[in-house]
Design a binder for this molecule. Structure first.
Ligand SMILES: Cc1cc2nc3c(=O)[nH]c(=O)nc-3n(C[C@H](O)[C@H](O)[C@H](O)COP(=O)(O)OP(=O)(O)OC[C@H]3O[C@@H](n4cnc5c(N)ncnc54)[C@H](O)[C@@H]3O)c2cc1C
Ligand SMILES: NC(=O)c1ccc[n+]([C@@H]2O[C@H](COP(=O)([O-])OP(=O)(O)OC[C@H]3O[C@@H](n4cnc5c(N)ncnc54)[C@H](OP(=O)(O)O)[C@@H]3O)[C@@H](O)[C@H]2O)c1
Ligand SMILES: Cc1cc2nc3c(=O)[nH]c(=O)nc-3n(C[C@H](O)[C@H](O)[C@H](O)COP(=O)(O)O)c2cc1C
Length: 700
């Protein structure tokens, strides 16, 4: 008798959609291969046959500082509380973790899932995969899934091999086509230059969320693709499988009557309800000659909203309208049709971001549902190849997503092309809109840390951000989605001309769609006010600390107004609040010392007890100073605070360079003052992350 299991269960946890997409693809492909099973988001675990399925496949990403995605927190709670060491005794499992090695808690959830499942009695049937977004998830995910198909038949009953034969045949067909093409891969001749004529424009609507497009219709920047590794006639290997079509668009009889571009379409699902917060103040914190343009914005969220400084909230910004219209035009969709015709999206296993689109126009879908600017997936290029008529372009597309084309694919990723750039690189490519919707990732809200205190600004929140605009190695100008949009809708306030910022009061007609999200990471002030604080945040990383400091300033004022008792009331108040050490860095004192006025006030009134300022590009040519240099300088004092006085350490800002360098400086403190070795010191810091003594809010 066979001891193969009858069915599989896939559970996924995903913050920004990658794990969901991968899990659902594994599920679809496994079904096609003749396996029986089900696929659930982790938090729906109660509906999943956990106790009766023997083969478990867990796909989970990371967020925060090695934290589990929001839609898996209930499942984690269930796992944590489950002490039955035989609960998963029947089960064999494997884990695919998605992470990013820019974060020091790399793939923490994948590792923890494996440990927890083992603790609960399950055994591993296939070694876990830990994919790294920094090098491209595909590098690990694709071979891991390939190998999964080899391992699965050893543990799971396969009903029919028909589909395997089908897919082998499909691969053979592609190879044959490639050979028959007889192409000179180096020739990029005969590329079509012309595109259809520009289409009609919208009139400006007052304070619409959609910023009217500029004339003429935006053009993309076609990619320069090197086919160096492609020998004529060579066989391409490692091609991603063609993703199974899911999205089906059905045109509805109704037309969009009057488009309301002041509202986010109803199909956009957010973790908390969207509210439209009027902008009450905007201020440019940087000078015109600063490297980055930094804005501070105040929103009226209404009284009684429950938040703490350090909480983050989501902003739902549309994709750039120029880009949206140019892409729809390139996909041969007339603007009028895109604007008026309503569609229903159907399909089994639809990705979460398309599940609620029961009546939406194509313009709305391209503005709010799909991501048009993030790094493309190999599977996307593979799909495009199937809809490209020019043989040379088709070969280029197949090459990019093959193993031989890894260098070309990575070079494309480095250029962060928009969907328009990609489509204009391959003029004969005309993918159906459904396939494009199938393969584009979800358009996501952007999060911002609240930089104000409810004690000081009841009903208002403030936040600060850099406007993301940069030039790629290939000399193409690129910009982010949410920050340039906020810059434009708040009417591009002038850069500051004096060292202190000038606040511009707004008349509340401009509204930003937001939702509040409590800080899952507990990046908030400790309840014990006497605990010493070490706040480390260069650049805009200082933003949440301005909120902390406003809060502490108000707490001190309230305590003072209550008055101390006994013969030393002032001393009592001092003792009620622990010392606050701030390590803050900027490039140039006169250009981007953000929040200078506020910080000086906090210093003057004793809210900040120790201020360390690191200037990295001083006008007098002094050597670069970073926050970690000052941490090293103060190491004896910091050691005393951290070890003897139980200070809490907070770090906020860039995950790539700063967070790692600051961690190294903290490690050095433990090595030098507590005679630990580097490994032990790092372990201690990670244990402090778990115990919330060392808290980080980082962004790569
Ligand atoms: C919990 C949390 C809190 C946050 N708080 C804040 C905050 O208070 N303030 C703040 O400013 N940000 C904050 N962020 C980051 C913020 O959410 C956005 O990621 C950021 O504002 C960029 O958004 P965007 O849509 O303008 O850019 P996106 O469209 O997201 O583009 C950003 C991407 O552009 C690319 N990029 C940017 N610069 C370059 C460059 N020089 N070279 C090459 N590629 C580049 C990178 O791929 C980057 O990921 C926070 C993030 C989280 C998760
Ligand atoms: N809660 C959150 O997650 C949160 C909140 C706010 C901001 N952010 C994110 O944090 C990042 C901060 O960006 P920013 O533009 O404001 O600041 P930044 O560009 O990182 O620069 C700020 C200062 O840090 C210096 N710096 C550069 N490399 C460093 C390193 N390895 N160690 C220490 N300092 C270093 C810079 O110096 P030089 O340029 O001269 O080298 C500059 O003086 C952004 O990505 C933003 O989105 C996240
Ligand atoms: C705000 C943020 C925090 C992150 N923190 C970590 C982390 O601590 N460790 C890690 O390995 N990856 C981290 N990542 C990387 C993601 O896990 C990775 O990009 C993954 O592909 C996201 O998959 P998802 O779309 O399914 O959520 C982080 C990403 C973001 C955006």
């Amino acid at each position: 008798m066979s001891d193969l299991s009858l069915s599989y269960l896939i559970l996924w946890g995903s913050q920004t959609g990658n794990a969901e997409w991968i899990a659902k693809n594994i599920h679809t492909e496994a079904s096609k291969k003749g396996y029986t099973g089900q696929c659930f988001v982790m938090d729906d675990y109660e509906q999943a046959p956990l106790q009766t399925t023997d083969i478990l496949i867990l796909v989970c990403s990371n967020t925060g500082d090695g934290d589990a995605p929001d839609n898996s927190l209930k499942f984690w709670k269930f796992l944590r509380r489950n002490k039955d060491k035989t609960y998963f005794k029947h089960a064999k499992f494997t884990v695919l973790g998605l992470g990013d090695s820019n974060y020091s808690n790399f793939n923490n959830t994948g590792k923890r899932l494996e440990k927890k499942l083992k603790d609960l009695g399950a055994t591993v049937f296939y070694e876990k995969g830990l994919a790294d977004d920094a090098e491209g998830l595909e590098e690990t995910v694709d071979p891991w899934i390939e190998k999964l198909w080899e391992v699965l038949p050893t543990v799971l009953v396969q009903k029919s091999e028909l589909s395997i034969k089908d897919s082998i045949e499909a691969e053979k067909q592609i190879e044959k086509e490639m050979t028959e093409l007889q192409i000179d891969p180096y020739s990029m001749k005969n590329r079509k230059e012309s595109l259809p004529e520009p289409v009609e424009k919208y009139a400006k609507l007052d304070h619409s969320l959609v910023v009217p497009p500029t004339e003429p219709l935006k053009r993309g920047s076609p990619l320069q693709i090197s086919l160096e590794g492609l020998a004529p006639g060579a066989k391409l290997t490692g091609l991603p499988r063609v993703a199974v079509p899911v999205v089906k668009l059905t045109r509805l009889d109704d037309k969009r009557k009057q488009e309301d571009r002041k509202e986010v379409p109803a199909f956009v699902a957010t973790p908390a309800p969207i509210s439209y917060a009027p902008v009450t103040m905007v201020s440019c914190l940087s000078s015109a000659d600063a490297v980055k343009r930094t804005l501070e914005v105040e929103l009226d969220v209404g009284e009684g909203v429950d938040y703490e400084p350090g909480d983050a909230f989501g902003v739902v910004a549309p994709n750039d309208e120029d880009l949206v219209q140019a892409i729809l035009h390139r996909l041969s969709i007339p603007l009028e049709e895109a604007n008026n015709d309503l569609y229903k999206i159907e399909g089994g296993n639809l990705p979460s971001h398309l599940q609620h689109a029961s009546s939406a126009t194509l313009l709305e879908l391209f503005r709010y549902a799909v991501d048009l600017t993030s790094q493309p997936r190999k599977a996307f290029f593979r799909m495009l190849a199937d809809h490209t008529s020019d043989p040379k372009e088709k070969l280029s597309l197949m090459y990019i997503c093959s193993k031989q084309g890894t260098a070309a694919f990575n070079a494309i990723r480095d250029e962060c092309p928009t969907l328009l750039d990609i489509l204009e690189t391959f003029p004969s490519c005309q993918p159906p809109i459904e396939r494009v919707l199938d393969l584009l990732p979800a358009h996501l809200p952007r999060f911002y840390s609240i930089s104000s205190s409810p004690l000081k600004r009841n009903g208002k929140i403030r936040f600060a951000f850099n406007v993301v605009e940069y030039i790629t190695r290939g000399n193409v100008e690129r910009k982010g989605v949410a920050t340039p949009w906020m810059d434009r809708v708040t009417e591009r306030v002038p850069s500051r001309t004096t060292p202190t910022n000038v606040e511009i009061t707004m008349d509340k007609t401009i509204q930003i769609p937001i939702f509040l999200r409590q800080n899952a990471n507990a990046f908030t002030l400790p309840a014990e006010t006497e605990r010493p604080l070490i706040l480390i945040g260069p650049g805009t990383g200082i933003a949440p600390f301005i909120g902390f400091l406003e809060h502490r300033q108000m707490q001190r004022k309230i305590r003072l107004s209550m008055g101390g008792v006994g013969s030393h009331p002032e001393r009592q108040i001092r003792e009620a609040f622990g010392p606050v050490h701030v390590y803050y860095g900027f490039r140039n004192r006169s250009m981007d010392f953000l929040f200078e006025k506020e910080i000086r006030e906090f210093e003057a009134d004793g809210t900040i007890t120790h201020l360390a300022l690191a200037e990295s590009r001083a006008s007098d040519g002094s050597p670069k100073v970073y926050v970690q240099d000052l941490i090293r300088r103060d190491s004896a004092q910091l050691f005393d605070l951290i070890i003897n006085k139980d200070a809490a350490i907070y770090v906020c800002g860039d995950a790539k360079g700063m967070a790692k360098d600051v961690q190294d400086a903290l490690v050095e403190i433990l090595v030098n003052h507590q005679q630990m070795d580097v490994v032990e010191a790092n372990k201690t810091l990670f244990s402090w992350i778990a115990s919330k003594k060392y808290l980080r809010d980082l962004w790569a």
